[in-house]
Design a binder for this molecule. Structure first.
Ligand SMILES: [Zn+2]
Length: 252
């Protein structure tokens, strides 16, 4: 068979194949989240888009919490609250998810109160809510309700109560009750950061913790925000010195 015959043969086979091809209606798969169409099912099955991830995140605990804080914030701003699907495409979405993670990480006692404080203090934007200086400002609001001295003394009393209950020295109370309990007490505002940051025993306990626990404590007690607060005013610095002196005298 010469080259010419071969060429014409294969050309005719090609034409034939084209004629014979069954006319099928093109099926397509559409992503319900981003509305993208797919010709191949297998490609569609592998498809993941940011819209879908967002909706999945929204259905999880962090997403649900983020939506609740968002609705609090919208109401406080006297806006109507959009449905959760609209929230997913809000430009504030990421800020609120970040805030919801932050609330969980630092065991924030009253997130709704925090959102309210943000709105009432010159409407601080959600993207700034996780910053130490913003939290320091919020804690200052709490100091107006319960004075740092009362917070400090109440915390000290609690440590002495535990010391009696567990029959250990007061400075051993932290190791005795453990990180989870400490964080719980901080969240319930029974152990004040004013006391913890002033206490040498607590600082020693923290430095003996493993990295994970030390990190949990640092976030939960908001050590960064606390230090900022101590430096914020002469009055606060004086209080801190006074508290540090008191814990030192008690070897706490
Ligand atoms: Zn998609």
């Amino acid at each position: 068979m010469d080259r010419e015959t071969l060429r014409s043969l294969s050309a005719s086979r090609r034409n034939h194949a084209e004629e014979e091809a069954p006319v099928t209606k093109k099926v397509k798969w559409t992503c319900e989240f981003c509305a993208h169409d797919f010709v191949h099912e297998r490609v569609f099955m592998k498809h993941v888009c940011k819209e879908r991830l967002r909706i999945e995140e929204l259905r999880g605990p962090i997403g649900q919490a983020a939506y609740i804080y968002y609705t609090d914030w919208m109401r406080l701003n006297k806006r109507s609250v959009p449905p959760i699907e609209t929230f997913a495409s809000s430009s504030y979405y990421l800020a609120f998810v970040k805030f919801a993670n932050h609330v969980k990480r630092v065991n924030m006692p009253n997130p709704t109160g925090f959102v309210r404080a943000m709105v009432e203090n010159g409407n601080i934007q959600p993207s700034l809510w996780c910053r130490d200086n913003v939290y320091a400002m919020y804690l200052q609001g709490y100091d107006k309700v319960v004075s740092p001295t009362k917070q400090f003394l109440d915390s000290m009393d609690l440590v002495y109560e535990y010391s009696k209950e567990f029959e250990v020295e007061p400075q051993q109370v932290f190791a005795e009750i453990g990180v989870t309990k400490i964080l719980d007490l901080v969240q319930k505002r029974k152990l004040s950061p004013w006391f913890l940051v002033s206490s040498g025993a607590f600082r020693r306990f923290m430095s003996n913790c493993n990295e994970l626990d030390a990190d949990l404590l640092e976030r939960g007690v908001q050590v960064g925000a606390m230090i900022m607060r101590i430096q914020q005013s002469k009055e606060n610095t004086k209080l801190f010195m006074e508290f540090s002196q008191a814990t030192k005298e008690l070897n706490l």
